[in-house]
Design a binder for this molecule. Sequence first.
Ligand code: HEM
Length: 527
Amino acid sequence: MRFLPFLPFLLQVQIGVAIVPFYPWFSPLWQYEESLYIGPYFNTAKLNRTDAGSAIAAEWVRVAYHDMANADVEAGIGGIDMSIAFELDRPENPGQGLKDALNDFRTIYTPTLNMADSIALGVVFGLVAAGGPLIPFRGGRIEARSAGPLGVPQPQESLESHTDAFRRQGLSTTEMIQLVACGHSLGGVRNPDFADMVPEDGTHKFFDSTQATFDNNVVTGYLDSTTENPLVVAQNATFRSDLRIFNSDGNKTMEALANADAFASTCATVMEKMINTVPGGVTLTEPIEPAQFTVARMLITALVANQTQISVTTRWLNPSSNNKVTIFWTDKLHPDNCTREICSATAKTVSEQPVEPASSAPTILATINPYRFHKFVFNISSTVVPDKFWFEVEDSAVGDEPFIGNNGGQGFTRLDNFDVFLDSVKTLEAATNDSLVFVVAVRKSNRPSKISIDYVDISADAAPEFNPKIDTNDFSPDPSIVPTFEYEFWTAPVPFLFSTYTLTVVRDGQRIVLDKDQLITDRVNIL
Ligand code: HEM
């Protein structure tokens, strides 16, 4: 499977006097930005999973710490790299919570937003969703392929062993106290995992009374001795690791965290340090900022009357009330016929945030960064070969001249000028069958020799357990679907449980790879 080249640097555009980041269409940076601020990959409905007892955010934060905790920063070994997926049978990693968290990330896997980056993003989303601070997200983590060394601290260990472990992780004693207090703001201790501390079958003892809210009650309850945190008040003193850690500097650090604002900003700093701890040789991107202007969801449909329908959505940050967007395109075969008047369309529908279901983390991020979406739906003749799209945004924030959204000068192109596109997906009405049929439209005048789909199979038997697996199927012409004037239709089966896919088109010995974002369809045909 081939993906577009990685661009670790930050590109910029000027809006009025402000310089804002720009992420090229379909680049990994563009995918990170979409994941962070809109969330089509990182399905945040998972934050509302109800089978956990603890807040989902607690599971996401704990899995990140357990992934990072065996790091040896000086030796450049370990960090956030998903090695935890290979370490779940160790006594230092007990609990269904770690597995459930990894399962959440596995089902949204893409090669860019891989398991290691998802573990880090889970902390960003988890904290915000629990009312905590927004920490910057950098992408670029690399997945481990095997287990790392032992090294996750356990409650029965001594203070000295904890201090050593945190030093190995690159954290001072003060940072150890801060990170433990911040982490233990969420969730608690579970009976099946630590029956010595929580003896009643199937129960939890939370670290504080607000286990789903990221606040400093865990600190204030400890300081005024009202806490029921099992790691402070466990009957068996051996398990009181939080107590030993919290008072290891005479409570100086805990007293500073008693101020709610100081707690939020300190936690943002140490949690960011935690998720940015990566193995030597891994370079993270700059923090992913909200883009000023971006384009998503280009849907293409072959209509019977020799027309192709295009639907595409743009997103504009901090819109003024007079904000208006127009789309333009070129026609590769008949450029002279394609004037500004003929080859342009205005937005059909306009929507403001929030676009995601209530209470999901991207909604919160989007509230901080208000967007306006413009959706275009228009038809062009199927004989047109559109090789470039661009947008003009009129908005008083950018002055009298419109902002030209042309993807850094390249235009928004599809690599194959609409010669192959995903037209629809066939499925059974009840989602009980085990495969879908992908239908691609193929321009008859430019038939490829081969079309295949690589998809990430996330069915439960992937091995190792949380490691997504990539499978390939070939398309073949399907005479049961009536061709249009320009297009015929090819089909290939894909199992229900996939997270992402790319299409490879081979023509004249050349391979063109289109990824999922260039291959979206809203059309689902019932078989
Ligand atoms: C000496 C260090 C630490 C020890 C001994 C320790 C110990 C524990 C224990 C025993 C549990 C209960 C787990 C279960 O019942 O399944 C727990 C839960 C948790 N820990 Fe820690 N922890 C430490 C550091 C941290 C750090 C640094 C973080 C994050 C920054 C963290 C985040 C969490 C979270 C969020 C939970 C709740 C999980 C849930 O409710 O599902 N811990 N910890």
